[in-house]
Design a binder for this molecule. Structure first.
Ligand code: ATP
Ligand code: FE
Length: 336
């Protein structure tokens, strides 16, 4: 079995995965959403402090599996350096005390392998990763051959939901609440510009859309009657539609170049029902198989890290405790 630790942002999570069968023997996650909500976003120092409390608490529950462990895995990039450090430090301590090899896992590969938790892997696949920190299209051929073919120039898809939510005073994370509000809204009421719609390039941008929403909110707030709940619903509906249409437009361009046989949406924001529905339609039209992670595995978790770790273990892909480092960003476009 492999014990895997995830602490790249605001979720403290540990999993235990059986190597031969991919079976998830144990999985727990303690989320810090409530504690960060009042700030409208994740406060790194607070997140690090909460990991120090939560991770050992979860680890206590795993003690019975220690004799069966063959390796320790941990997310080391990308993420908040101060929170990644908490997970990596715990992993190092376990490696020393239990005399086991260490596996360093790329968090984004983890999001991709969330599709394969307790399952066999299906690759090659073209993947849309939509999360708090990323909006990317990745051509995933195998674990060691993944290439980023498109990314965002500024904000990410999930982040834009968080910022709209903050502007409307709806708390953090923004995705689920904006989606809820959008259900009650009229998505035709506000006409917002679809980002980069005239550009032939396949890339993303969300800062312009965010600013357009900000201007619309200011206009409503300064109007005679101020902003009411229905205005908020309508803003959320119009924003969500535009944010998703931006992705659909760019994917249509991609599908024109090359229709993928297998396509997947992963990352925390892949839970968005409107996005899922639109991409189901697109894939249906092109006879492309669409893969989605289970909702509980869309946001950060250690089960997905464990699923990657199993593959790395089979490849003897270990790292020395003196060599592991945390990285807040992954700059390489090809992940080996
Ligand atoms: P990264 O994986 O890029 O390092 P992260 O780990 O912080 O970033 P995730 O936990 O994968 O991000 O996803 C969190 C993001 O997903 C938040 O921005 C949140 O608002 C967004 N999100 C969650 N549910 C939804 C939803 N239903 N609609 C839109 N966005 C959503
Ligand atoms: Fe993530």
């Amino acid at each position: 079995m492999i014990l895997s630790i995830e602490s790249s942002c605001d979720d403290s999570s540990i999993s235990i995965t059986q190597i031969e069968t991919n079976k998830l023997i144990y999985h727990k996650k303690i989320s810090q959403e409530l504690q960060h909500s009042i700030y409208g976003g994740v406060v790194p120092e607070l997140a690090a402090r909460l990991h120090i409390e939560a991770l050992p608490k979860i680890l206590e529950e795993c003690k019975e599996y220690f004799p069966k462990l063959k390796a320790i895995a941990v997310t080391n990039a990308p993420g908040l350096s101060v929170t990644l450090t908490e997970g990596v430090t715990m992993a190092k301590a376990l490696v020393i005390s239990l005399n086991l090899p260490l596996i360093a896992v790329n968090h984004l590969k983890g999001h991709i392998y969330s599709l394969f938790i307790e399952k066999d892997e299906i690759l090659p696949m073209t993947v849309l990763l939509v999360s708090g920190g990323h909006t990317q299209i990745i051509q995933a051929n195998s674990l060691n051959d993944m290439k980023v073919i498109a990314s965002t120039m500024d904000d990410s898809f999930g982040e834009s939901f968080d910022k709209v939510s903050k502007m409307l005073g709806l708390g953090y994370p923004g995705g689920p609440v904006v989606q809820e509000y959008a259900l009650k809204g009229d998505d035709l009421r506000f006409v917002l510009p679809i980002p980069l719609s005239q550009s032939p390039k396949i890339e993303f941008s969300y800062s312009g859309l965010k600013n357009a929403v900000r201007m619309q909110i200011e206009k409503l707030e300064n109007s005679e009657f101020g902003m009411n709940e229905q205005d908020k619903y309508d803003i959320c509906a119009s924003f969500q539609k535009t944010a998703v249409l931006h992705i659909v437009q760019k994917l249509k361009k991609l599908f024109k170049q090359n229709i993928p046989k297998n396509f997947a949406i992963v990352g925390g924001a892949s839970a968005n029902i409107y996005l899922r529905a639109q991409l189901e339609e697109l894939c249906d039209k092109h006879n492309t198989n669409l893969y989605l992670s289970e909702l509980k595995y869309c946001s950060d978790n250690a089960a997905m890290i464990g699923r990657v770790a199993v593959e790395q273990y089979k490849q003897n892909d270990f790292i020395l405790i003196s060599d592991i480092d945390v990285q807040s960003r992954i700059k390489e476009l090809v992940w080996a």
